[in-house]
Structure formats: structure tokens, C-alpha cells
Design a protein around this ligand. Structure first.
Ligand SMILES: [Mn+2]
Length: 249
């Protein structure tokens, strides 16, 4: 089986700068060349900088990305979207129109004799109490309902501010360290207890491949500055980087 895992595209819907535009171009090009290459594409969270499924509308700025996912799905590639800390308010759009399967926490599968555990990772950071409380509140059905009552232009303005402040908060060295320790500790526990051979996460925006007790913890990095992704082909896991001239490992 040929599997590809990407995460943390943070595809923008408000005032993209030149870097955002270039990143989007690269993502779309990557998805173009991925057609026919994989049996399964896992979108491991924070693909969209924010997602909301209103009853009658979707966010038009995502149209180019949604078209690529539609084409991939139509070509026979199974697509699974795992919730991230930016995209979790999914409704019926992705499953119904793009045939994307939604997974809220972790997606586990066995392929070519390897037990694979894939999750975004935001719930596995250490001592991030403030975020964990925020996560509970933002995911309450009532919060989702209230957000849905707002006019999209207002709702997305609020969402964009929240998204920006969450990114600014991530930048301290202490937070980064806690994040990485938590993710690695979680992967280690799964591997050591025989629950997984490969644990794939994102969230940290730092690509990493680490051998642990005969298994691997791999972080798929991001598409903001690394354009990195994970490939599992016939049971062999690789961390790769995409660029216009071809892949590097
Ligand atoms: Mn994240």
C-alpha cells in the first residue's frame, strides 16, 4: 500500500502575504503530482487555517485546494482528514462532496505488517493547560452553534484573529520544547507497548524522523516553511521534502 501523510498546510483565507501565496502554489502543485501515486492520503490536521461548514456556504478561498482534493478523490485515492487544532468544525461538505473520511482523534491502520498510528498531536503536548481548556470550550456544540449564527465575514474575521494569536503564542522556546517532548513521549509509549510500529504526528511544524525501540516516530513537519511529508510505501516509512525540482529525503 502507498500512503502519504501531510499536515499543517495552514491554507489561508484572509489577506495572504507573498509567502502564503507561494506556499499555496507549492501545495497545489504537490497534490497535482500526487494523483495516481498513492492509495491513501492522510490530511493530518491544520490543513485549513480554519474550517466551518455553514448550511449553505463554504469558504471560497479554499476552492483551489478543494478542487485538488476532489480530483485526487475522483482518481481513486482514499482521503482521510484528521482534525487539527485549527480545523475541527467539519460538517457534511468534505464527506459528501469530496468523499473525504473524517477522523476526530487518531487514525489507526495496519499496512504491510506495520501498525500505523496517525494523529495531529495537539492533545499530547506537556503541561499546556491553557490550550487544553481552550480546546474543550471551542469544541463544545454550543460554541460551534454560536459561531454558525455569525455572518461568515464576521465569523471568519474573529477566526483569523484567533488563529493569528495562537500562532504568535507558539513561538516561545519553552512551548516548543514542551510540545516536542509531549509528542515524542506519546509516540514512545505507543511503540514501547507494542501498540504501534509507526507513529506519525504533525503540529510541531518541525519535521523529524526518530527511531524508537525498533519503531519510528515521524513528524510530518509543515507546508509553511518545510514542505515536508511522510511516505509509507510497502511498509517502509520515509520523511521527505517537496520542491519544484523533485523530492529530497
Ligand atoms: Mn497544530
Amino acid at each position: 500500500m502507498k500512503i502519504c501523510v501531510i499536515s499543517d498546510l495552514h491554507f489561508k483565507y484572509t489577506s495572504p502575504n507573498a509567502d502564503d501565496i507561494e506556499n499555496s502554489r507549492i501545495v497545489l502543485e504537490f497534490l497535482d503530482q500526487a494523483r495516481g501515486k498513492y492509495d491513501l492520503l492522510v490530511l493530518n490536521g491544520d490543513i485549513f487555517d480554519l474550517w466551518y461548514d455553514w448550511k449553505y456556504c463554504i469558504i471560497k478561498q479554499f476552492f483551489p485546494l478543494l478542487v485538488k482534493l476532489y480530483e485526487l478523490s475522483r482518481s481513486g485515492c482514499r482521503i482521510v482528514q484528521i482534525s487539527g487544532n485549527h480545523d475541527f468544525w467539519f460538517g457534511d461538505f468534505l464527506p459528501e462532496y469530496l468523499k473525504v473520511e473524517l477522523v476526530d482523534e487518531a487514525f489507526c491502520l495496519e499496512s504491510d505488517g506495520k501498525k500505523i498510528h496517525i494523529c495531529h498531536g495537539d492533545t499530547h503536548t506537556v503541561n499546556d493547560f491553557r490550550y487544553k481548556l481552550f480546546r474543550r470550550v471551542i469544541r463544545l456544540p454550543l460554541t460551534k452553534l454560536i459561531f454558525g449564527f455569525l455572518h461568515p465575514d464576521i465569523a471568519l474575521g474573529v477566526g483569523s484573529k484567533m488563529s493569528r494569536s495562537s500562532r504568535a503564542r507558539k513561538d516561545t522556546a519553552g512551548t516548543r520544547k514542551r510540545k516536542n517532548q509531549g509528542l515524542e513521549g506519546y509516540a514512545r509509549a505507543l511503540i514501547v507497548h507494542g501498540k504501534a510500529d509507526y507513529v506519525v504526528m504533525g503540529h510541531s511544524h518541525e519535521p523529524l524522523l526518530k527511531e524508537i525501540d525498533g519503531g519510528f516516530y515521524v513528524n510530518s513537519g509543515d507546508w509553511v516553511s518545510h514542505h515536508s511529508y511522510v511516505e509509507i510505501i510497502s511498509g517502509t516509512i520515509k520523511l521527505k521534502q517537496y520542491n519544484d525540482n523533485g523530492d529530497t529525503e
